[in-house]
Design a protein around this ligand. Structure first.
Ligand code: GDP
Ligand code: ZN
Length: 303
């Protein structure tokens, strides 16, 4: 058939070799198929596509990915699930109280992808007046340079700070069950966006799998470009999969300056003499609680 000129776009959902593409110039959605010579794409991929005669299109090329989120499939093989993400929002809550160790694990997983992590403390409506131990915990991460956003679904001002953080970027939400990810996303996404998602699900019965990631454009009261959100149940569970020992070590960003300085090149930072990491903990340059967390995550790898 006849196809129009090449255009830029972004994959907002995919169903096997069938894709929904948002046109870069006006955001309109077009159902496209994938030219045969192209490997499969994921939500968030930037593509070149052409409009066909019957209102559907064809994707002819994929732009290089800035980064990609991967998840193990049923056989344990890593599979890309989303691409071109600017930030991973690690959600935790006043209740259930967060384990620092779990936050560190999410941070390590985020660092391994090269995507900027942001910590979101949700349910601040439940925070005691003095802030308790949570404030001290957050200070520790802010001192490392990680942005921390306080949020609540119970008050508008609790959502505005989050909105501001989402503008002009593509984000994903991750975190333990019960911290309020669904509630936050429900508040951030207007009914309209949800209806579009629901509608297309109906019209594609049989081909749609609910685990497929979908990209939503967010409206925002604080900016014209409210940003974009990629979401799926699989993405929300990101960070709990396998990590290598090296990823864990590199994932503690404050270790990086010290890592080349151990006496032994193959130092594993346990009790080796001349270990630069242990010396930094001793001096207080590395937080002892973070180092303890590092040791626990390493120990969990071998079980
Ligand atoms: P998810 O598993 O991370 O998606 O968490 P949900 O969105 O299902 O929320 C878990 C529970 O926390 C639900 O009962 C929500 O109503 C509640 N919740 C979510 N956000 C807030 C909040 O900001 N404040 C309070 N007090 N409860 C919240
Ligand atoms: Zn060492």
């Amino acid at each position: 058939g006849e196809y129009g000129p090449e255009r830029e776009g972004r994959v907002i959902a995919h169903f096997g070799r069938s894709l929904d593409v948002a046109a870069s110039e006006d955001g309109t959605h077009t159902r496209c198929h994938l030219r045969a010579n192209l490997e499969s794409l994921v939500t968030g991929d930037r593509v070149i596509w052409r409009l066909g005669e019957e209102g559907s299109g064809v994707v002819v090329a994929r732009r290089e990915r800035e980064n990609v989120l991967e998840r193990p499939d049923a056989r344990g093989l890593l599979k890309p699930v989303a691409a071109n993400i600017d930030q991973i929002l690690i959600v935790f809550a006043v209740e259930p109280a967060p384990h620092a160790n779990l936050i560190d694990r999410y941070l390590v997983a985020a660092e391994a992808t090269g995507i900027t992590p942001v910590l979101v403390l949700n349910k601040i409506d439940l925070l005691p007046d003095d802030g308790g131990e949570l404030k001290a915990l957050l200070d520790r991460y802010e001192a490392l340079g990680y942005p921390v956003v306080e949020a609540t679904t119970q008050r508008q001002d609790g959502l505005d700070a989050l909105h501001a953080r989402l503008t002009e970027r593509t984000s994903v939400f991750v975190g333990q069950s019960g911290v309020g990810k669904s509630s936050l996303i429900d508040r951030l996404l207007p009914d309209e966006a949800l209806r579009i998602g629901a509608l297309s699900e109906d019209s594609r019965k049989g081909t749609h799998t609910t685990t497929t990631a979908r990209l939503y454009r967010l409206p925002s009261p604080v900016a014209d470009d409210g940003g974009e959100l990629i979401d799926s149940p699989g993405i929300r569970e990101f960070g709990l999969g396998h990590l290598s020992e090296d990823e864990v070590t590199q994932g503690f960003i404050e270790f990086r300056d010290h890592l080349g300085h151990c006496r032994f090149r193959d130092c594993r930072h346990r009790q080796e003499p001349g270990c630069a990491l242990l010396a930094a903990v001793e001096r207080g340059d590395i937080d002892a609680a973070r180092f303890d967390s590092y040791r626990r995550i390493l120990a969990s790898l071998s079980t």
